[in-house]
Design a protein around this ligand. Structure first.
Ligand SMILES: *Cc1c(COP(=O)(O)O)cnc(C)c1O
Length: 400
C-alpha cells in the first residue's frame, strides 16, 4: 500500500489518478486539468516535452547511472561546466545530490565543516527565517520553521544551534550583534518563502544580509530549490545578491527526474582544499550526478536559455497582475504576486475547504494548503489557460 505524503491516511480523500500528461495538462480518466502546481513547482516546461524525453532516452541507451565515487562521466562534467559558467560570480563548485532536502543538508554540513577546518569550533549556529521551509530531513526541519515540524521541538526542545528571525532588517542586525562569532551561516529562501506560505520580501533584506555576513565572517546560503530557474522573475535571486553557497533542485531537471545541486564559491571550496584528508567533505549520495538526471538538466537549461523563458515569466506576471487587479473579498487577507507565483492568503483556512474539488470540476488542478491558495504554473502556459486558472480562483469567492 502507498503511504502518501503529508496525509492522515485514515481520513485522506482518494487522490486523483493521472493516466496521461502533456504540456500543462494532467489527464484523469474523465477530466483534463491545467496543472497550476507544476508538480510541486518543478515541471517548468510542461509534461512530455519531446526534447526532454529524448535527452533521457538517448542517455539511457548509453548508460543510466554510474557512481561518482572514483568514476566520472560526460553528462555530469557537462552539467557542472554549464552551471559554473551560467551561475553568477564564483559559484563554481557543484556537489550533486538526489533531492533538495539533501542538497540543503549538504550546504549546512559544508558551512559547519568550513569553519571546523579553520579551527573555529564555536561557529555552529544557523540563523534562519521564521516561516522557512528547507526540506523534510532532520537538520532541514530544524532550520525550517514549519508548524508541521514543531513536533521536533516538542520532542527535543529548542535547538541551541538554530535561531529564527523575521524578514526585517532590524531583526537581522540584532541577531548578528547577539550571536556574533558563534554564527556559522545565514540560510534563507531568497525573496519568496514557498512552503511557509508564499511570503515575499524585499531584496534590501538580502543586501543587508550580504553586508552583515561579510562584516561578521558568516556564510550566506541561498536555498533556491524553489526560487531558482526564474520563479521570482529573476533567473536566480543569486543574480541580485551573491551568496557563498547556492542550492538548486526542483526545476533543475525541468521536473523530469529528482536531482539537486549545492554550489559553493571559491572561498568555501578553498576551506576544504589542502593536504589534510580529514578536511575533505564526507558526503556522497548513491545517485549523485545520475547520468539521466544530468542529461535532462542540460537540455532543460538549454531550452530555458534559448526560448526566452525570462520573457515568458514576465508575461505570466503581467497577465496575473492584470487579472487580479481590483479583485478583493472580505475573506481574503492579501494577494501576493511575484514572477511566476501568485498567492491568495485568506483569513481562515476553512475558507478554502472544498476548493480542490471545485477547481477539478472546472478543469484546474490546485492544491491549496493552510490559508494559502496559490498557483505556480508551468512557464509554457498559454494566456487562455492562465486566465482560466485565475478565473477559477476568483469564481470560488464569487460563488460562495
Ligand atoms: C521543495 C523544497 C526543498 C526540498 O526539496 P526536496 O526535493 O523535496 O527534498 C528544500 N527547500 C525549498 C525552498 C523547497 O521548496
Amino acid at each position: 500500500m502507498i503511504w502518501y505524503p503529508y496525509e492522515q491516511m485514515k481520513t485522506m480523500k482518494a487522490p486523483y489518478e493521472i493516466v496521461d500528461a502533456e504540456g500543462v495538462y494532467l489527464y484523469t480518466r474523465d477530466q483534463k486539468l491545467i496543472d497550476s502546481v507544476s508538480s510541486w513547482w518543478s515541471v517548468i516546461h510542461g509534461y512530455k516535452h519531446p526534447d526532454l524525453t529524448q535527452a533521457i532516452v538517448a542517455q539511457a541507451q548509453e548508460f543510466s547511472h554510474i557512481m561518482l565515487g572514483g568514476l566520472t562521466h560526460e553528462p555530469v562534467q557537462k552539467l557542472s561546466d554549464k552551471l559554473q559558467s551560467w551561475l553568477p560570480g564564483d559559484l563554481d563548485y557543484c556537489f550533486f545530490s538526489d533531492s533538495g532536502s539533501v542538497a540543503v543538508e549538504v550546504a549546512l554540513k559544508m558551512a559547519l565543516q568550513y569553519y571546523m577546518n579553520r579551527g573555529k569550533e564555536r561557529r555552529t549556529m544557523v540563523l534562519a527565517l521564521e516561516n522557512a521551509y528547507h526540506g523534510d530531513t532532520f537538520k532541514t526541519m530544524e532550520a525550517g520553521d514549519d508548524e508541521d515540524y514543531h513536533f521536533v521541538l516538542k520532542a527535543y526542545g529548542p535547538n541551541p544551534h538554530v535561531a529564527h528571525i523575521p524578514t526585517e532588517i532590524e531583526a537581522l542586525e540584532r541577531a548578528f550583534e547577539k550571536y556574533q562569532d558563534r554564527l556559522n551561516c545565514l540560510l534563507v529562501e531568497p525573496l519568496l518563502q514557498g512552503a511557509g506560505g508564499m511570503r515575499m520580501y524585499d531584496v534590501s533584506f538580502l543586501q543587508k544580509a550580504r553586508e552583515l555576513c561579510d562584516r561578521y565572517g558568516v556564510l550566506l546560503i541561498f536555498d533556491e530549490v524553489a526560487t531558482g530557474f526564474g520563479r521570482t522573475g529573476n533567473r536566480f535571486v543569486a543574480d541580485l545578491v551573491l551568496p557563498d553557497i547556492l542550492v538548486l533542485g526542483k526545476a533543475l531537471t525541468g521536473g523530469y527526474l529528482g536531482h539537486a545541486v549545492t554550489v559553493a564559491n571559491q572561498k568555501v571550496f578553498d576551506g576544504f582544499y589542502d593536504d589534510d584528508p580529514s578536511h575533505a567533505l564526507m558526503h556522497g549520495p548513491t545517485f549523485m550526478g545520475n547520468a539521466l538526471a544530468c542529461s535532462v538538466a542540460l537540455k532543460s537549461i538549454e531550452i530555458f536559455e534559448t526560448q526566452d523563458y525570462m520573457g515568458k515569466i514576465r508575461r505570466i506576471e503581467e497577465i496575473t497582475r492584470r487579472e487580479m487587479e481590483g479583485f478583493s473579498d472580505p475573506r481574503i487577507r492579501e494577494i501576493r504576486i511575484l514572477g511566476g507565483c501568485v498567492c491568495v492568503e485568506v483569513t481562515d483556512a476553512a475558507v478554502l475547504d472544498g476548493y480542490q474539488a471545485f477547481a477539478y470540476e472546472r478543469g484546474v488542478f490546485a492544491r491549496p494548503f493552510l490559508k494559502y491558495l496559490y498557483a505556480m504554473v508551468p512557464y509554457v502556459i498559454s494566456e487562455e489557460d492562465l486566465v482560466k486558472v485565475l478565473d477559477t480562483m476568483k469564481a470560488w469567492f464569487r460563488n460562495q
